[in-house]
Design a protein around this ligand. Structure first.
Ligand SMILES: *Cc1c(COP(=O)(O)O)cnc(C)c1O
Length: 354
């Protein structure tokens, strides 16, 4: 990594790390000592700084709080056995961040600000990258509108922040999911392909209703006909039917996941037939019934692979093949993990060493 940015570094007086229990890391609640912050003002990114993780003050009229110009990313860094630290495919997240920014009329973040800001932050807090097997450092870059004005227009000013925190090993509990036939996560012409706060705010209520019925998550369908499968919860969704890997093709209602992309690349490299196309609810239900469905899982940075054990559809509950015996999802989860931790060859060049 070449440092070309002038980042002002203000270190914490004493680290919190000795008070942190790495055997108890509830997701998203434990933060490293420092954060990266930059301000967008008068058309430029300014005040690049690494500072202690702490509360910040913002104007209560900040337009992000009123009208939701807020976007984010989720990335992970891993410690290899030789002590080296790598970030998994951060350039993919960087590209997607600016796609989200464009849709929300927010300024693009320059590549060096995103990548060097993150790398320097992780270097400074490198002791926070866990060395316990299966654990990793979660990285949360985000941007929000700060202009104090209640008029509805794109803000003139923004903050870009990167937080990091150690995360526990993910022991996938197979999911019970419900195919959602009333509510929608996103609509055609909408913001489903952007990683923006509002998509999450809007998904909480239908998810809560499903959870009251005993489900863990929803499988979202298209908003017009509710006949096409789109995503599962906050992950992309994949199926194996008759040894073919099938996943909904990305479109403006679907987030283009880095995990999804990585799994498709691995499957193709292994010579497995892959279909990216529209997937109907009916064909999945039929494949479960006639026992040709071999695998069903969510794919995302947090979980990597989240097995789907049961699917609820129109009052019926279908039980899928036992997750422990599923070939593809278990193989690809291990392959991804081995690349990330430097155990397997990084043939695709996915690891960015800090
Ligand atoms: C973040 C996200 C995903 C997964 O993307 P990854 O890049 O694999 O982490 C899938 N769907 C939605 C809606 C998301 O927000």
């Amino acid at each position: 990594m070449i440092d070309t940015l002038n980042i002002q570094v203000n270190k914490i007086l004493s680290s919190k790390i000795s008070q942190t229990n790495f055997n108890d890391l509830p997701f998203g609640k434990v933060f490293s000592d420092h954060m990266f912050m930059a301000d967008y003002q008068e058309g430029e990114w300014k005040n690049l700084q690494i500072m202690p993780y702490a509360e910040i003050s913002i104007n209560p009229a900040a337009s992000a709080l009123q009208y939701g110009q807020a976007i984010f990313e989720g990335i992970k860094a891993f410690r290899h056995a030789n002590g080296k630290i790598s970030i998994f495919r951060p350039f993919k997240n960087f590209e997607r961040f600016n796609i989200s920014a464009e849709r929300m009329v927010m300024p693009a973040v320059p590549e060096e600000l995103f990548i060097q800001g993150m790398s320097q932050l992780i270097n400074l807090d490198k002791d926070w990258v866990p060395s316990i097997e299966g654990q990793s450092l979660y990285i949360r870059p985000f941007m929000f509108a700060t202009e104090p004005v209640l008029g509805v227009h794109a803000s003139e000013t923004y903050k870009f922040i990167i937080l990091t925190g150690p995360t526990a090993a993910y022991y996938p509990k197979p999911l019970k999911v419900k195919i959602e036939l009333n509510y929608a996560r996103s609509v055609e012409g909408g913001i489903g392909y952007a990683k923006t706060a509002g998509n999450y705010g809007g998904s909480l209520y239908p998810t809560k209703l499903a959870q009251k019925e005993g489900f863990d998550q929803l499988i979202w369908t298209d908003s017009k006909s509710h006949t096409f499968i789109e995503e599962s919860g906050t992950t992309n969704i994949m199926f194996v039917i008759n040894d073919v890997l099938i996943t909904p093709s990305t479109r403006d209602t679907i987030l283009d996941g880095v995990t999804r992309n990585s799994i498709l690349e691995l499957a193709r490299a292994w010579g497995m037939p892959v279909e990216e196309r529209r997937v109907t609810v009916l064909e999945i239900v039929n494949a479960i019934k006639n026992k040709t469905l071999q695998d069903a899982f969510g794919a995302g940075t947090a979980a990597t692979v989240a097995h789907i054990a049961q699917i609820g559809h129109e009052g019926e509950l279908y039980t899928l093949p036992d997750p422990t015996g599923r070939k593809f999802s278990n193989k690809v989860a291990k392959a991804l993990s081995d690349i990330r931790y430097g155990i397997a060859d990084d043939k695709f060049g996915w690891n960015y060493l800090v």
